[in-house]
Design a protein around this ligand. Structure first.
Ligand code: ATP
Ligand code: MG
Length: 408
């Protein structure tokens, strides 16, 4: 593993624990990542020292789940999780263990979800400690539940989505018995909080292997239970897969969701996002992308003002990517995409969203009464400005006066 600041902090924490007579090992995902030559998101440390002891040994600590044996320790500029070896049982709501007993490294490995996530690494001896056969599964490219798969997924339903996430991300297979257990328990994901489901879906869909993730969700029988009221025909799910495949490697969550939810009416797609507890910005973005997609597909019908208004939107890049994926996935000509980009590129940046020539104050001066008319006139005059039909204040005022007379 590279000598990152995080790695140095982890070694320092392990060394302090060791000098105090404790076992201290890197644990879980970081060991897996290290063996795969990937840089881990975070390095977690597992120890036999109880939380109170961990807190006493370090100057800057923060208890996040002392009950569960977890203490955050800050060293240099890194904050790492130090967790006491533990056994978990008596799961509440198929998600959280109610009972935690401090235990050994071996027992701690048994509570983890998948074999590839169940290994430890001793930074002093530079050796991997593997009680669960994680090394072999890592080499074979397998996601295998630790222990009895059915029981593990029943304890914690979220693990089913985690299995898919890891299998997609690493291009691994889900081992057969693990897969069968997921198929049996799949409807259970309906009972876990929408927010947790969304967090997993977000990670699956923003990963470059999003298509694979989607196919795995389907095959495991999970796609039918993602959100209340969201159902898929095979044809819709296939089309979704093809659109996900056609997205650029890096795609925002709203972009990927819009690609997947393309068959829904835009307001319905938004409702699905809301049910998944997506942020309101993301839910609005999905609705906007799907509402704009037909417009930009027939972009020859758009006026210069429309192009400017679209191109000035921070979500425009996502819109063009969605258009491209939508066309590619159906084997259609990429021409509308090229045409849209070409028109947007020809706009001088300062002309994209210029300050309006006509303002509310001007309308007040013209004695326009407050009301719906007010906004409409401002919008119409601004469109004329964006369409390069008027270019100074005089023309803007004249147009406003004309519009007023027409209405009277
Ligand atoms: P990522 O790279 O996405 O962070 P990770 O494997 O590090 O993947 P985390 O959610 O950070 O996953 O959890 C760290 C470790 O804790 C896992 O590797 C696994 O050993 C254990 N773990 C996490 N969630 C669960 C769970 N729901 N059930 C059992 N063990 C879990
Ligand atoms: Mg992690």
């Amino acid at each position: 593993m590279q000598q990152t600041p995080q790695r140095r902090a982890a070694e320092q924490i392990a060394s302090v624990l060791r000098k105090a007579g404790h076992v201290a090992l890197f644990a879980g995902g970081c060991v897996r990542d290290m063996l795969m030559g990937r840089s881990p998101k975070d390095i977690d440390i597992a120890t036999d020292a109880p939380p109170a002891r961990v807190v006493r040994l370090f100057r800057r600590t923060r208890k996040v789940g002392a009950k569960f044996g977890v203490v955050m320790v800050r060293v240099a500029d890194c904050e790492l999780e130090v967790a006491t070896f533990r056994t978990e049982s008596d799961y509440a709501d198929h998600r959280r263990p109610r009972k935690v007993v401090f235990s050994t490294a071996e027992a701690d490995a048994q509570r983890r979800d998948f074999t590839i996530n169940g290994m430890f690494y001793d930074p002093v001896a530079d050796n991997v400690i593997d009680y669960v056969g994680g090394r072999a599964d890592l080499d074979a490219g397998l996601i295998r539940a630790i222990g009895e798969a059915d029981r593990r997924f029943d304890e914690d339903h979220l693990r089913m989505l985690r299995a898919v996430r890891f299998a997609a991300r690493f291009e691994f297979k889900i081992e057969e018995r693990t897969h069968e257990a997921i198929r049996r328990n799949a409807p259970g994901i309906r009972t876990i909080s929408a927010e947790r489901v969304r967090m997993e879906i977000e990670q699956i869909l923003t990963d470059v292997n999003r298509r694979r993730g989607w196919e795995l969700l389907r095959r495991a029988g999970l796609s039918a239970h993602l959100a209340e009221g969201l159902t898929w025909t095979d044809a819709q799910a296939d089309a979704g897969a093809r659109r996900l495949d056609a997205l650029p490697e890096t795609a925002s969550f709203p972009l990927a969701l819009a690609a997947l939810l393309r068959a829904e009416a835009p307001p319905d797609a938004r409702r699905v996002c809301t049910r998944l507890r997506c942020s309101s910005a993301h839910a609005a973005a999905v609705e906007w992308l799907l509402a704009q997609l037909p417009r930009v597909t027939a972009s020859a019908d758009l006026e210069l003002a429309d192009i400017k208004l679209l191109a000035a939107d921070p979500r425009f890049a996502d819109l063009t990517a969605l258009l491209r994926a939508d066309l590619d996935s159906q084997g259609l000509s990429p021409e509308p995409h090229a045409h849209l980009l070409d028109r947007a590129r020809r706009i001088v940046p300062s002309q994209l969203s210029p300050p309006p020539l006509l303002t509310g104050e001007d309308l007040v001066a013209l004695n326009v009464p407050a009301g719906p008319q007010y906004g409409k006139i401002l919008a119409q005059v601004y469109r004329a400005q964006l369409n390069d039909r008027i270019s100074d204040r005089e023309a803007a005022l004249a147009m406003a006066r004309n519009l007023l007379e027409e209405k009277e």
